[in-house]
Design a binder for this molecule. Structure first.
Ligand code: AMP
Length: 510
């Protein structure tokens, strides 16, 4: 007999085995009324109520339900209330500009949109069949007592669509099935030793690759979720202390924030010898790894993957063979992206690109067969990252795709170039990432102005970008040039433009 793997399995187990345990400690400081602490029995009840409410609204199995929100218990519950009964959750990056959110809602065909009260303006600015404000409309979404229509489950059905900025001007919708999410959560959970003694702090945005799968992984093991709405190093340390946090996932910028806060922390660092922190998004410097281990006393784990791979591809974690190495060498080893996770096959092609085969790889890009075919050519997923594969470990060394990763989020250079080019005074532009201590990579625009038009300065151009793009996608630095290096055929030579900024770096990603 074959039972479909669906994300509801995680919630069902928690409700059956740990009904009275605290499932989630909601963010206390948020515009909607906090849910405070709710048990797994209650989370299960609310997820059911949400599914039943979607029945009443007539949202069919396979219908898309979008949520645009900072991390919250409501969002966490929606992973089950929506996807658990066959609908598709579309978690949208709440930092995006209105035009970008409008595009995602329209492109995904979402018939329901739930927004955080801080984003209430979206109710008027983004068209959707039904829009709800979290908190205010709780009665409609979570208030019912009826049973939802049963869903027999289909592991190949789409569970979530996450929009990600890639090499195109428009974001692409990564369609992950129940099977993708299930196997990512269990393999990740196993290799990261997730257990029922864990308390998981949501330092990752839940919209980003479904909080990397931990809404599922932690729930399945009956771990307690602790929601944090806004990232602040000191607050991370305080929550670790207050709730007995044992693990979290983070982009390197968040790690840097925690390290900064630790410098002025009074007394023993919370979670010493208890917390494990799982880092991805960019290769962390060896020094940062050493500092996490020395100054925080937390276990450092690195993973590598993409939204398209649910995301787990590789993991780098201390192993017995390294026990006798000196701490510096251990940190060097941990600085590699990692060894393929169970069920993941990897190779480097002739061009140096990292390719992957796994059961976490996306089903397809939503409504984009060309991009899907291109990404999966030859039955391998093309990561767009350049690297090496030695001694069983992948190291990411550069990026083949024109993507900048800043503060852990992907930004398509083309998207930023488009926004700048729409300014009448801009004649030519190249957007590149340059190494930066705080952001990993700093979005930098090299601009040639049209001298026949009105002059514009850096502040003017950044303000112009802000009208079209999310704030984090706007260039932080603009340099004006007389001309930009091009090939004989007129193609921009970005590698040449990057050279002066990346001199002395052994890797071309930061
Ligand atoms: P996203 O789909 O937004 O999660 O971004 C995925 C991209 O982040 C990958 O294609 C890599 O370029 C980068 N990335 C993720 N993890 C790592 C890592 N451990 N080291 C280097 N780059 C990484």
């Amino acid at each position: 007999m074959l039972f479909p793997l669906t994300v509801r399995d995680f919630l069902d187990r928690a409700v059956t085995v740990y009904p009275d345990r605290i499932a989630v400690v909601d963010e206390p400081d948020q515009p909607a009324e906090s849910w405070g602490e709710i048990t797994y029995a209650e989370m299960g009840r609310r997820a059911k109520a949400q599914a039943a409410a979607l029945d009443v609204m007539g949202v069919p199995v396979g219908g898309r339900v979008a949520i645009v929100s900072q991390n919250s218990a409501r969002m966490l519950t929606s992973f089950f209330g929506v996807s658990g009964w066959g609908r598709v959750l579309v978690p949208v990056n709440f930092r995006l500009a209105v035009a970008e959110i409008r595009y995602i809602i329209e492109h995904s065909g979402a018939e329901v949109m739930m927004v955080d009260p801080d984003l209430r303006h979206l109710v008027d600015e983004v068209e959707c069949k039904r829009t709800f404000v979290l908190g205010e409309d709780d009665n409609t979404i979570w208030g019912g007592t009826g049973e939802p229509q049963p869903w027999e489950g289909d592991e190949n059905a789409t569970a979530t669509i996450n929009y990600t900025s890639g090499t195109t001007a428009r974001p692409k919708g990564v369609q992950l099935t129940h099977r993708n999410n299930w196997l990512n959560a269990t393999v990740f959970g196993w290799q990261a030793s997730v257990s029922d003694r864990d308390v998981y702090l949501h330092t990752l945005p839940m919209f980003h690759a479904n909080g990397w799968g931990h809404p599922f992984a932690a729930t399945g093991m009956g771990a307690t979720h602790v929601v944090i709405r806004q990232i602040d190093g000191g607050e991370i340390l305080r929550r670790v202390e207050k709730h007995g946090v044992t693990y979290m996932c983070a982009a390197p910028a968040v790690v840097a924030a925690a390290l900064d806060a630790a410098k002025t922390w009074d007394g023993e660092i919370p979670g010493r010898d208890r917390v494990r922190i799982i880092v991805a998004g960019a290769p962390p410097p060896t020094r940062t790894i050493e500092r996490v281990r020395d100054e925080l006393g937390w276990e450092f784990i690195q993973i590598y993957g993409l939204t398209e791979t649910s995301p787990l591809l590789t993991m780098s974690r201390m192993r017995a063979e390294w026990d006798d190495l000196d701490p510096h060498q251990q940190a060097v080893n941990l600085g590699r992206a990692g060894a393929p996770a169970i069920g993941v096959r990897m190779m480097i092609d002739d061009m140096g690109e990292v390719l992957a085969q796994s059961n976490h790889n996306l089903a397809s890009y939503w409504d984009n067969p060309e991009a899907t075919a291109e990404a999966q050519a030859g039955n391998w997923f093309h990561t767009g990252d350049g690297g090496t594969f030695e001694d069983g470990y992948i190291t990411i060394a550069d990026r083949k795709k024109d993507v900048i990763i800043t503060g852990g989020e992907n930004v398509s250079s083309i998207e930023v170039e488009d926004a700048l080019m729409s300014h009448p005074s801009v004649k030519e532009v190249a957007v590149i990432g340059i190494p930066d201590e705080k952001w990993g990579e700093l979005i930098t625009a090299l601009v040639v102005l049209d001298t026949d038009e009105d002059p514009v300065d850096q502040a003017g151009l950044i303000a112009h970008c802000r009208e079209h793009l999310a704030g984090y996608k706007c260039p932080k630095r603009i340099e004006f040039r007389e001309e930009l290096a091009r090939t004989a055929t007129g193609k921009l030579q970005k590698f040449k433009l990057r050279e002066e900024f990346w001199k002395g770096h052994d890797r071309q990603v930061n």
